[in-house]
Design a protein around this ligand. Sequence first.
Ligand code: ZN
Length: 392
Amino acid sequence: MIKIIKGAEVYNPNYLGVKDILIVSDKIAAIEDEIELSSGSNIDMEIIGAKNKIVTPGFIDSHVHITGGGGEGGFKTRTPEIMLTDITTGGITTVVGCLGTDGITRNMEGLLAKAKALEEEGISSFILTGSYRLPLTTITDDVMKDLLLIDKVIGAGEIALTDHRSSQPTTDALKQLSSAVRVGGILSGKAGIIVFHLGDGKDMLNKVFDIVENTEIPYSQFIPTHMNRNENLFKDAIRYAKAGGNIDFTTSSNAGEDEELSASRALKRCIEEGVPIEKITFTSDGQGSLPIFNDQHECIGLGIGKVSTLFEEVRKSFLLEKIPFDTCLKVITSNVANSLKLNKKGTIEIGKDADIVILNKEDLSIDSVIAMGKIMIRDKKTEVYGTFEKKI
Ligand code: ZN
């Protein structure tokens, strides 16, 4: 199966100009000013006209509660599993699933099964082992074994710090875990990253600084997320990124929590502060609950995170914050692929997976989405539905 996307402005995420892109099966085979193939009688070839459109790499959302999350207000507040088109309509072609507060009624086996299901339905998927709490929830009872023996496991997380839902781990326990995840990553040829969920406690990133300053484990092993949760944490994030760490901003948020910075605003301020763009990623925290707690930490309301916010915040970074498009695109494409060592993802280059988003130039709305060479969305209409999704 051959496809040629013709005449689009290509951001790979760097701007390449107007190009044609040749897709053979599930890989990008050529990127040229013009590609013309004379079709033989039996060649299955499709031309996708993309004049006046923008082509970007498929987006990577590396923090999604694909099996649902939440439960902070009792069982009825457990959020449902995500559906394929929730993901693809947001331009996302690679997803990293994780557990959250609840590592009991949601478990790693279920997370792995859901990740496999999403891959069978057409997108690429990976998972993190663990949940908010230590001791870590795993599949094999050993985090290193999970990394070495289970292909989809690329790291651990999200482990909650400075949060009333955290297991309040000691720095020593975190150091030992970091070592196991790092060595498991080295031995399996994976990133072996640890995602830390940061709550609104006073300790902020102190424990993570302690690990990198007092062990041999490098900054690259960690991705602290929700760093736009409040102003103080955001300032600590800037300090951490300037010291060499990666930081992640969450795109779904509670409208009611006015202390929270939008991811687009946080990105702009980071650029103004001189934080290298390569250190910054966005994730949606999609399908998790967005509990609203009162001063006594009682749950008084609940929302649900949407993965579509991932690109919405990038769009706002460009349209409202006036950040160059190629720069803001990196936080959901190449930067994520680099920090997670997803070597076939995140850029439009020969030999990479054919994960592509086509945008309308006038309003940057998502026009079409191609995952592993297959058209999932075409001209804003869904072509591939999840197994149990109703076809509209
Ligand atoms: Zn979290």
